[in-house]
Write a new protein. Structure first.
Length: 186
């Protein structure tokens, strides 16, 4: 049985190093783990209870909820914008948290990884994302984390998938996330 991991990339930029990190995670995932990048989080309107009404939930938000409900685990690939997570990731978490107490990620094992220009690799953003996920009802896997600093120089000439250290680190994170998902299902 394969573990399905819904992956949300918090940078919408085509050449995003965080998107490349998500690609590296896909390529280095254990055989029994399938990572699926959910496209379209940039098209989801900002969360508003007035439009979160049965029968009129925006299509992009409904698709995200459906994908999350079908997944065994959730992986956020999080850049750091002004010391915190990107608005598209926060908005995605907001949509996934509703209805409160029984949202699409309630009880779902979740992890946060990412890379950023600074020496700490986006730790503040990753901490905020984990906090928000936990409040939204996800079960944050604390030992499944990765913050890679110096992205602009480290990945200037190399894709993260071709960095042996990064490949091993993402494999470890994905394995921990998959293990948490398997233990949650038992």
């Amino acid at each position: 049985m394969s573990t399905k991991v819904l992956t949300l990339v918090g940078s919408l930029r085509t050449g995003s190093v965080n998107r490349q990190l998500a690609e590296a995670a896909i390529l280095n995932a254990p055989e029994d783990v399938e990572l699926i990048i959910h496209e379209g989080i940039g098209t989801i309107p900002f969360y508003n209870e007035d439009i979160d009404v049965e029968g009129s939930v925006p299509e992009a938000a409904a698709a995200l909820r459906t994908a999350a409900a079908a997944a065994d685990a959730l992986l956020l690939v999080c850049p750091e914008y002004n010391g915190t997570m990107s608005a598209v990731l926060k908005n995605s978490i907001d949509w996934l948290s509703r209805p409160f107490g029984s949202g699409a990620i309630s009880g779902t094992p979740a992890a946060v990884i990412g890379t950023a220009f600074g020496q700490y690799g986006g730790v503040w953003a990753h901490d905020d994302a984990r906090k928000s996920l936990g409040i939204a009802g996800a079960r944050v896997v604390e030992d499944a984390r990765l913050s890679i600093g110096g992205s602009v120089t480290r990945f200037a000439q190399i894709h993260p998938k071709d960095d042996p250290e990064v490949a091993e680190q993402v494999r470890t994170v994905i394995s921990s996330l998959a293990e948490a998902s398997t233990s949650a299902a038992v």
